[in-house]
Design a protein around this ligand. Structure first.
Ligand SMILES: [Zn+2]
Ligand SMILES: [Zn+2]
Length: 252
């Protein structure tokens, strides 16, 4: 699989980090799924080789605005480009949220959308096999693991935490992944609330077998404190720790 981080920011704009979104492509590039679609993600997606027309499905971690804001614009852009079909998959409440969100400009009426609500456990979307777990956020949120078909390496696949406090359920889902993209919204001692701090994340990742963790969902207050955040996670976690950047692309 190839993964491109399209948005690593939050509801507070910074100019360089757009809101949440990531593109996952199958190894042969025949299947593509967009994980979350916050403000700015459509432009980032348009700037990839894949483009917005080629996405087969959208997978939502939850329905906060910074994860769904660009959905109406994505659907409309596809309709105007002659691509009206799209599957949108997300946790309970997705259907109701989309009824409101996609009423703007009659977007929902003009497209051929399939909405599917999922819960913890295994399912397929756009031909990807994945597993979901409950995250720990202010609204129902799912973490997702994409399993890499046919891999015989010790670690494989990628896990997205969604927005969440540090929680064992996500760490357990991610255990054995090549990559974990995890919420780490604020430096230690600042913010907190419904998101993971570096020290809390270090606690749940200690002893887990994950090659690389990308810290994402970065509020403006993290600027200049990235090094300390990485060091705090590395203090108890053996894998590599990186601060995610918009447009960063890697193979898993
Ligand atoms: Zn968020
Ligand atoms: Zn959220």
């Amino acid at each position: 699989m190839r993964v491109t981080l399209l948005g690593t920011g939050t509801a507070l704009p910074t100019g360089d980090r757009y809101q949440s979104g990531a593109l996952v492509e199958s190894a042969d590039r025949s299947r593509r799924i967009l994980v979350d679609c916050g403000s700015g993600v459509l432009h980032r997606l348009a700037d990839t080789d894949a483009g917005y027309e080629s996405v087969d499905a959208v997978l939502l971690t939850h329905t906060h605005l910074d994860h769904v804001a660009d959905l109406p614009s994505l659907v409309k852009a596809r309709v105007l480009s002659g691509v009206s079909e799209l599957e949108i998959v997300g946790p309970n409440g997705t259907d109701e949220t989309l009824d409101h969100l996609l009423a703007v400009d009659n977007v929902q009426e003009r497209a051929d959308l399939t909405v599917r609500e999922v819960g913890p456990g295994q399912f397929d979307a756009a031909g990807f096999q994945m597993r979901a777990c409950e995250a720990d956020h202010s609204v129902q949120t799912l973490g997702y693991r994409f399993d890499d078909d046919g891999s015989d390496t010790e670690t494989d696949g990628i896990t997205f935490s969604g927005d969440t406090r540090a929680t064992e359920s996500v760490a357990e889902l991610a255990d054995g992944s090549s990559v974990l993209v995890h919420d780490c919204a604020h430096p230690d001692g600042e913010g907190g609330g419904d998101h993971a701090s570096p020290s809390e994340l270090a606690g749940t990742l200690a002893g887990r077998n994950i090659d690389t963790v990308y810290l994402t969902h970065l509020y403006p207050g993290t600027r200049g404190k990235e090094g300390a955040m990485v060091a705090a996670v590395e203090g108890r976690f053996d894998g590599d720790v990186k601060v995610a950047l918009d447009r960063e692309s890697f193979e898993v």
